[in-house]
Design a protein around this ligand. Structure first.
Ligand code: SAM
Length: 284
């Protein structure tokens, strides 16, 4: 089904959305629903509601993930001096986006957002139309060579100079058959020295933490059996393999709220907020 304009109250101008099937949930729109956004349809909210039945605090985990992305961006733009960002699986525009955080530090920062979701593409293009050096590319992040040869990527970013590659909340949507480790090895191989990778991923703690593991298993089953059908919770070792060949910045691959924390957590966190881990690595 096609719709003329989205439910995009959150992002300003009406957006043309031809060719969107509103009967099929999308990862991006369901994530937007979990985050409390408005760019989603009933089928996406159905997926969200199934997930919230298992983990009512899932929205806090999604917000933790966004906060991690913004903290990492601030660090990269301000401290590491990174001027170019390739944000793979960037999702729908939300309160603060990568280019907002980077450009607050460096007005000349260049950002390419990539997503394979048609609604993200429509919003991305509308939102970024008047932004110099910030572009949206509709592409599959599981095909690194094709993505890195995209003309818009090539004209916006200089791939011979250090950049930051983001895989924030993306690789858990790739099934094991896609071999995310091989995909990441291709990206990392292509990056010039001095580049950074920012990664976050659903986490399965394994036998060491039985209660948290049981929650991870239940949530994964709900993701995989929902109409959306993706959402793998992987172990620390599996996720660490996606960063092979990089030096991880302290504190390493950790719970999102432990990565460069802005300060001590005021309260005990709901267990579900320990079901994602993240890291920033540098290619020497
Ligand atoms: N990176 C954002 C964040 O962390 O807030 C959004 C994360 S959202 C959970 C995952 C995003 O990855 C969605 O927007 C989805 O459309 C996108 N995605 C999933 N598989 C993809 C693929 N193969 N190629 C491009 N984008 C993909």
């Amino acid at each position: 089904m096609a719709s003329q304009a989205s439910s995009a109250q959150g992002t300003g101008a009406p957006v043309e959305l031809d060719g969107i099937d509103t009967n099929e949930p999308s990862i991006a729109r369901s994530y937007d629903a979990v985050l409390g956004g408005k760019d989603n349809y009933a089928i996406d909210r159905e997926v969200r509601d199934q997930l919230l039945t298992v983990a009512p605090e899932l929205g806090a985990l999604a917000r933790d993930n966004r906060a991690f992305l913004i903290r990492a961006t601030r660090f990269l733009a301000a401290t590491a001096g990174i001027e170019q960002f390739l944000d793979c699986g960037s999702g729908l525009p939300t309160a603060e986006n990568t280019h907002d955080a980077a450009r607050r530090v460096n007005v000349d920062a260049r950002v390419v957002y990539v997503d394979n979701d048609a609604v993200c593409a429509a919003h991305g293009r509308a939102l970024l139309d008047d932004q110099d050096h910030v572009r949206f590319v509709e592409a599959d992040l599981a095909a690194p060579q094709r993505l890195l040869s995209d003309p818009t990527v090539r004209t916006t970013l200089d791939l011979d100079r250090p950049l930051a590659l983001y895989q924030v909340g993306t690789l858990h949507h790739l099934p094991d058959e896609d071999d995310p480790a091989a995909i990441m090895a291709e990206y990392i191989d292509a990056l010039p020295a001095g580049s950074y990778v920012v990664l976050s991923h659903f986490f399965h703690p394994g036998e060491a933490e039985p209660e948290l593991s049981a929650l991870a298993t239940r949530l994964e089953a709900t993701f995989l059996h929902s109409p959306m059908g993706t959402g793998r919770f992987r172990t620390h070792d599996e996720i660490a393999a996606y960063l092979d060949g990089l030096d991880l910045l302290p504190p390493g691959l950790v719970y999102l709220n432990d990565w460069w924390p802005d300060g001590p957590q005021p309260t005990q966190l709901d267990p579900v907020r320990n079901l994602m881990i993240g890291a920033v690595g540098i290619k020497r």
